[in-house]
Ligand binder design. Structure first.
Ligand SMILES: [Fe+2]
Ligand SMILES: [Fe+2]
Length: 297
């Protein structure tokens, strides 16, 4: 059961409307690393968590907080759009002052949202459920959570420098702080999973005997740049404690030619051979004879 309270988690009051900034702020609502993504990511991770206790409770607490962040930023967007013209004619846009206000406005915020926030990013792209990661493997998921909070904080920091509005800045200072806490919490949870013996540093913690062991420690030098051997990933102990890295300066291909199978006639693929292995005859799929041949195949 979820229960809603009408108070915002933190104040979301701009000093004055700014339709252009409202569109920019949409990134933090419906962007790939926005609040809708972390909300749904953590909710599904929590609902799918197969272990009652501290991990599930951590996930559900933060998930529920993120719903409140969607609410705060959506409220802020609505207030930034206050008074934004929704009936601007081409003539009005010629006025420099009006053009400045409407110039960067997302017209859908007026037409579809009636002056409110939308579940879209700053370019108007709809939020997408494929943005979220919820696999049931807490190590793999918590790493995705660190990545999401990192990208989210990065974008919040960039948006922080794009406004002088003290009300907007105050809200973003809160968001930056929560993104800091959440990054630290997921990093701590990753450590805790290992200390509790639930997961190892490599996910999933299995198949190390069966995987191709000759290739479980090598860096393949495959680009022009020649300095990748100068990091700790190229030699010495790997973080998993099982392997020591090795730098392959001149790796050779291990497989044969990457050739695709011969095409079927109705795929109309340019080829010298057909699926029977015989020479490809252009237009053979056409005509009665071709159709009979195809049917028999
Ligand atoms: Fe958040
Ligand atoms: Fe967060």
């Amino acid at each position: 059961m979820f229960r809603h309270t009408s108070d915002l988690q933190f104040e979301a009051k701009p000093e004055k409307p700014d339709a252009l900034y409202a569109m920019k702020l949409q990134e933090l609502i419906g962007g790939a690393f926005g609040e809708m993504t972390v909300t749904m990511q953590y909710l599904f991770q929590g609902w799918n968590c197969r272990m009652e206790g501290k991990y599930k409770d951590l996930i559900m607490d933060i998930a529920t907080e993120e719903i409140g962040h969607v609410e705060m930023i959506a409220t802020m967007v609505g207030r930034l759009l206050e008074g934004a013209p929704d009936d601007v004619t081409a003539e009005a846009v010629k006025e420099p002052a009006v053009a400045a206000v409407v110039g960067g406005m997302n017209p859908q915020q007026a037409i579809v949202g009636g002056g409110g926030a939308l579940p879209v990013d700053s370019a108007g792209t709809p939020w997408n459920g494929k943005y979220i990661v919820a696999s049931g493997n807490l190590m793999a998921d918590f790493r995705a959570n660190v990545a999401a909070e990192s990208q989210g904080r990065l974008q919040t920091a960039r948006l922080y420098h794009m406004t002088d509005d003290p009300g907007v800045k105050a809200m973003l200072q809160f968001n930056l702080a929560r993104d800091t806490v959440h990054q630290n919490e997921w990093l701590a949870a990753i450590e805790q999973l290992q200390e509790d013996g639930l997961e190892g540093p490599v996910a999933p913690d299995d198949l190390f005997e069966e995987e191709n062991q000759a290739h479980a420690r090598t860096h393949w030098h495959l680009s022009d740049g020649g300095e990748a051997d100068q990091g700790p990933w190229a030699s010495g102990q790997a973080p998993d404690g099982r392997h020591s890295f090795e730098y392959m300066a001149d790796p050779a291909a291990l497989g044969g030619k990457a050739s695709a199978p011969a095409p079927r006639p109705h795929q109309y693929v340019t080829s010298r051979t057909d699926a029977s292995g015989g020479p490809h005859v252009p237009g053979q799929a056409r005509g009665v004879a071709g159709r009979i041949k195809d049917t028999l195949q």
